[in-house]
Design a protein around this ligand. Structure first.
Ligand code: ATP
Ligand code: MG
Length: 178
């Protein structure tokens, strides 16, 4: 039987206004670093990367993810940095909110329960702004950008002639007032 693979990851997906603001910063950082800005509709924060999975896994994951109960929170992006090894520039937060760590832990437990090998890298909270960076960047983001995180999502990464494109398969609300 043919079981098509999907390249999956859990992520925080920005609302339109946050996405637009991050895309604008990405353009600036691309110019500054000599890199290529992340396509505006692709800006996200990865919670867990699952890699290629059989297509039926997305259903199991969705059922399990819908049972996660976690509070909404604010992420305050206040710095822009780059990593030499991966040649990416990214936006980050000086203060990682505990509810984000809790959500990341919940997703990691969900993956263990679904018998998906989690990647054992430490959770690096970042939004990729530019790739193939040639000049390092390390500066405050002023003024800071606040993203009110009210949901998390399961996303499929699909390759097209224009590069990776991400498709939100499902998303689940976090608990809390807007
Ligand atoms: P490309 O690999 O073609 O440059 P991409 O990295 O944007 O594109 P994917 O490789 O599908 O797209 O990755 C989807 C998301 O998961 C991205 O945010 C990426 O940074 C993250 N990611 C990819 N591989 C890993 C990994 N091994 N560990 C943790 N996160 C990963
Ligand atoms: Mg990749």
């Amino acid at each position: 039987m043919h079981d098509a693979k999907q390249r999956l990851f859990f992520a925080l997906w920005p609302d339109a206004s946050t996405s637009g603001a991050l895309a604008t910063i990405a353009q600036e950082v691309a110019v500054e670093s000599g890199g290529r800005a992340t396509a505006p509709g692709n800006v996200h924060l990865t919670l867990a990367f699952l890699g290629d999975q059989p297509a039926h896994i997305a259903c199991d994951l969705s059922a399990a993810a819908s049972r996660i109960s976690a509070p909404a929170f604010d992420l305050v992006f206040d710095k822009v940095e780059s990593w030499r090894k991966t040649a990416i520039a990214w936006a980050g937060v000086r203060s990682v909110p505990p509810p984000l760590v809790a959500l990341h832990d919940s997703v990691a437990r969900l993956l263990l329960a679904t018998e998906i090998e989690p990647d054992n890298l430490p959770f690096a909270v970042h939004v990729t702004l530019a790739r193939r960076v040639v000049t390092a960047v390390r500066r405050p983001l002023a003024p800071p950008l606040t993203w009110h995180v009210a949901a998390f999502a399961l996303v499929a990464s699909e390759l097209s002639s224009a590069g990776a494109r991400y498709r939100v398969l499902s998303s689940w609300p976090l608990i809390g007032n807007a």
